[in-house]
Ligand binder design. Structure first.
Ligand code: G6Q
Length: 549
């Protein structure tokens, strides 16, 4: 059943109008004043839940801002939209699908219905099958075609079938089986394949072909090259494929047609979006790396934040608050981007992962009613780990002309303590958030004895908003919590903007376009080109470069 939530267009909601008026009034207020007026602000504007501490006090907000944003959430039907997702309604309306990544981490025994069928038992059946397979490979019981144990695992996938697995592997490397090698091939640029396999023995290598549709050009091309590479290395016997290939997909027919035994196939469902799939069977490489128990802990972390999101009043709800603050910065202050800055080297791929999660979800210009949005939707997410970024792009965040809200992420404990490193790392994250908020005035610069010709260059206006997220340490559980935090943050934003955060027609377009041009590049005879003059001449020039007509 589809919920009938009737809401006004965004810019006509009373809270939106009130926020616009309120913004006019407070936009010039400086964080310096806000903190000076309320000595307890840093404690007051912070929430803790599920082991995550969010300090949002360094945003350009007052108590009234938060009140109005919460009112906006209410007027936008956020609660009803959340319930619609959690209960399996087909909220991805343009694809007529339920959106149930939350079912992937629902504990055994819970019930979530899609078209009248409880999907939780199937989820656990796949998890159990993944667990058995992982244990067999990790223990060496599973042997390759020539009897050698598997030492190398290569995930082949792209987009949602790659970014989650790579990010999770990097994030959880500390917990991974170090005697094994894990690699990821995504790009159709052959170099990705060549570099990932050049020093590996096919007899010891397992490929996991991860593709929801099992039709994606890049993945199928890489899978075919993997098959050729393997057979060449193992003497050409086709039955070797069964011992060296597993598939993760929703499409059993295509998996079988490729020649992978469906016994080695791990399924998932159309109600799992690609960018929301790292905790489905798409996480098979993660489970192989860190083992089934750690993978279950990851799911537990996701689930805790799901419960928090679903059951906590909005004013104490971390993903809701982050989503609303993002709306405030994006739609009222006109900030175009959000920088995500993890002070934890293991999270080096986290910003790249979030780019897909956030931008593919909320990069939409049409509302659920099919109207053009007359306000800004998804901001650009980007980032790098600290402290490296401090020595490059932070300059623009501190002193440029644009407003760039930042999410800093840090941990109380390093996974492998080393001398003074962690204190120094954390000193940097706190110092950055402090400097961005408070800056340095001309008077302060002059008081330091700076020559007056230089003084202006050394001024930091401050008033740059940021969130700081602190957790105890980067465990599998905490990683699950962080990802779920951003998933629901994205959901909150999409709900307010009234867009479909779960389709990706822009990605589908790319898939179709390249397929049209491939034969025009490969044909022997000069093709009849019907593109625009620029595309036509680029194609002709390329054909000439490679020596065809
Ligand atoms: C994710 C997108 C997209 C998708 C890839 C791979 O939400 O839909 O990034 O994950 O295009 O698709 P397949 O898994 O079907 O190969």
């Amino acid at each position: 059943m589809r919920s009938t939530i009737s809401i006004k267009p965004l810019t006509q909601r009373p809270a939106w109008k009130a926020l616009a008026a309120h913004h006019k009034k407070i936009q010039k207020l400086h964080l310096r004043e806000l903190f000076a007026d309320d000595p307890k602000r840093g404690e007051r504007l912070a929430v803790e839940a599920a082991g995550l501490y969010l300090d949002y006090s360094k945003n350009r907000i007052t108590g009234q801002t938060v009140k109005l944003l919460l009112q906006l959430a209410k007027e936008s039907g956020l609660r009803g939209k959340m319930e619609a997702m959690f209960s399996g309604e087909k909220i991805n309306t343009t694809e007529n699908r339920a959106v149930l990544h939350v079912a992937l981490r629902a504990p055994k025994g819970t019930s979530i219905l899609v078209d009248g069928k409880n999907v939780v038992p199937e989820v656990h059946a796949v998890l159990d099958k993944m667990g058995e397979f992982s244990n067999r490979v990790r223990s060496g019981e599973w042997k390759g075609h020539s009897g050698k144990r598997i030492k190398n695992v290569i995930n082949i996938g792209i987009g949602g079938s790659d970014l989650g697995p790579v990010m999770a592997y990097e994030a959880l490397k500390h917990y991974s089986e170090r005697a094994m090698t894990f690699r990821f091939i995504s790009n159709v640029d052959g170099i990705d394949f060549v570099e990932a396999t050049r020093d590996l023995d096919p007899a010891e290598t397992l490929f996991i072909v991860s593709s929801k549709t099992f039709t994606t050009l890049e993945t199928m091309t890489n899978a075919q090259s993997a098959r050729d590479w393997l057979l060449k290395g193992l003497g050409g016997e086709a039955k070797a494929v069964a011992k060296h290939f597993a598939a993760v997909s929703t499409n059993a027919e295509k998996v079988a047609a490729f020649g992978i035994d469906t016994v080695n196939m791990f399924g998932f469902w159309d109600w799992v979006g690609g960018r929301y799939s790292m905790d489905s069977a798409i996480g098979l490489s993660t489970m192989l790396a860190v083992g089934p128990d750690n993978f279950r802990a990851l799911l537990q972390g996701f689930h805790e934040v799901d419960e928090h999101f679903r059951n906590t009043p909005f004013e104490k709800n971390l993903p809701v608050l982050m989503g609303l603050l993002s709306i405030w910065n994006n739609d009222f202050f006109g900030a175009h981007t959000v920088a995500v800055l993890p002070y934890e080297q293991y999270l080096k791929r986290f910003p790249a992962y979030l780019q897909q999660l956030t931008m593919e979800s909320n990069g939409k210009h049409v509302t659920l009613d099919g109207k053009k949005a007359d306000y800004q939707t998804g901001p650009v997410y980007w980032g790098e780990p600290g402290t490296n970024g401090q020595h490059s792009f932070y300059q623009l965040i501190h002193q440029g002309t644009r407003l760039i809200p930042c999410d800093f992420i840090a941990f109380g404990h390093p996974l492998t303590p080393l001398g003074r490193h962690h204190d120094i790392l954390l000193a940097n994250v706190f110092a950055q958030a402090e400097a961005l908020a408070f800056g340095k005035t001309l008077e302060e610069v002059k008081a330091e004895g700076t020559p007056s010709a230089l003084a202006r260059h050394r001024v930091f206006e401050g008033n740059r908003p940021s969130n700081v997220i602190l957790a105890e340490r980067l465990t599998p559980e905490v990683l699950g919590k962080l990802v779920a935090l951003y998933e629901h943050n994205v959901f909150t934003q999409g709900a307010i903007w009234n867009i479909d955060s779960f389709d990706q027609w822009g990605v589908e377009l790319g898939k179709a376009l390249a397929q049209r041009i491939v034969p025009e590049l490969e044909s022997e005879a000069a093709p009849k080109l019907k593109h625009d003059s620029s595309t036509n001449s680029l194609i002709r020039r390329y054909r000439k470069l490679k020596g065809t007509k």
